[in-house]
Ligand binder design. Structure first.
Ligand code: NDP
Ligand SMILES: O=C(O)C1=N[C@H](C(=O)O)C[C@H](O)C1
Length: 256
C-alpha cells in the first residue's frame, strides 16, 4: 500500500509529501519515495526515524502493522497530528489504545477505505435490519496469498454493520472459524469464511440465506488505488478536526 499511496499523493492535487516512513529492517530505507513508487524523484527519502518523517506533517496516512499503528497513534496523539489508519488485524487491546489516542487527536480508522465497501456496509446494515433471524448471515472474503490477517478488516466491518442492523453485539454472535464436528448453525450467528490465493485484490460477499431464498451483496476491488484514494479523502477531511475516532462513513457523509 505504501507505493500505491505514494502514487496517489504525488500524482494527485492538494497534497505535499513531507515524509515516508518504513520499518527499520526495510530494504527501501534511503531510497527516494517517488522513484520507489515508479515516478520522478520526489526529494523525500524513505526513513525509519519517526521524528524525521513527521517533521512538517499535518496528517499521517498509515497502512502498516497493528503494532506500528498503535505506536504511531500514541506519538501522533502527543503531537496533535491527524492520523488515518488503514491497517487491519488489531487485537482488542490495540483497539483500546487507538481509542485512547483518539481522545487527544483526530483519527479516521477503517478496515476498508473504498467508497464501494462503505456503501456496501450501509446496505448490509439496512438489509440485516429488515430481515429476521431466519436469514443466516455469512460473510465470505478472498484476498491475495500474502495477506497475513483473517478475517479481513473489511469482513469485520461488514459483520459489524450486520450486527448493528440486528441490534446485537458482533463479539457475541461472530463465528470466525469452523472446523470438525461443529454442530448445526446457531440462529442469529454471523459467520465468516476467509479464502487466500493468487493476486486477488479483495472480494467480499455478504450472504443472507433464508428459507428457500438468498440475498448476496458483493464487492470486488479491482485496483488498490481505491484504498489509497479513499485514505487521501480521509486525510483531507481529518485535518484540523476535533479529537475523536471517526470512520469512513463520517468522511463520506453516508447516512448509516
Ligand atoms: N483499510 C484499507 O482500505 C486497506 C487496508 N490494508 C491493510 O494495510 C496493511 C498493510 O497492507 P499492505 O501494504 O498490503 O501490507 P504489506 O506491505 O505487508 O504487503 C503485503 C504483501 O502482499 C503483497 N500483495 C499486496 N497485494 C497483492 C496482490 N493483489 N497480489 C499479490 N500480492 C499482493 C505485497 O506485495 P508488494 O509489496 O509487491 O505490493 C506484500 O508483499 C494491512 O494491515 C492491510 O490489511 C490494505 C489495503 C487496504
Ligand atoms: O490486505 C489487503 O490486501 C487488504 N486489506 C483490507 C482488509 O483487511 O479488508 C482491505 C482490502 O480488502 C485489502
Amino acid at each position: 500500500m505504501g507505493r500505491t499511496l505514494l502514487r496517489s499523493v504525488l500524482e494527485g492535487e492538494g497534497f505535499q509529501l513531507v515524509g515516508a516512513l518504513e520499518h527499520s529492517a526495510s530494504t527501501h530505507l534511503g531510497e527516494d519515495a517517488g522513484v520507489l513508487a515508479g515516478l520522478a524523484p520526489s526529494g523525500v527519502t524513505v526513513q525509519s526515524d519517526l521524528g524525521g518523517a513527521l517533521s512538517g506533517a499535518e496528517v499521517v496516512v498509515d497502512f502498516s502493522s497493528p503494532a506500528s499503528s498503535v505506536r504511531l497513534a500514541e506519538r501522533l496523539a502527543a503531537a496533535g497530528i491527524g492520523h488515518v489508519i488503514g491497517t487491519t488485524g488489531f487485537s482488542s487491546e490495540d483497539l483500546s489504545a487507538i481509542a485512547a489516542a483518539a481522545r487527544r487527536t483526530a483519527i479516521v480508522k477503517s478496515g476498508n477505505m473504498s467508497l464501494g465497501v462503505n456503501v456496501l456496509a450501509a446496505l448490509t446494515r439496512k438489509v440485516a435490519a429488515s430481515l429476521g433471524d431466519d436469514f443466516d448471515i455469512e460473510i465470505v472474503e478472498m484476498h491475495h496469498a500474502r495477506k497475513v490477517d483473517a478475517p479481513s478488516g473489511t469482513a469485520l466491518l461488514l459483520g459489524q454493520a450486520a450486527a448493528e442492523g440486528r441490534n446485537v453485539e458482533l463479539d457475541a454472535r461472530a463465528v470466525r472459524v469452523r472446523d470438525g464436528h461443529t454442530g448445526s448453525r446457531r440462529a442469529g450467528d454471523i459467520g465468516f469464511a476467509s479464502l487466500r490465493g493468487g493476486s486477488v485484490v479483495g472480494e467480499h460477499i455478504v450472504i443472507f440465506a433464508g428459507p428457500s431464498e438468498r440475498i448476496e451483496l458483493v464487492h470486488k476491488a479491482e485496483d488498490r488505488s481505491i484504498f489509497a484514494n479513499g485514505a487521501l479523502a480521509a486525510a483531507r477531511w481529518v485535518k484540523g478536526r476535533e479529537p475523536g475516532l471517526y470512520s469512513m462513513a463520517d468522511v463520506l457523509g453516508l447516512d448509516v
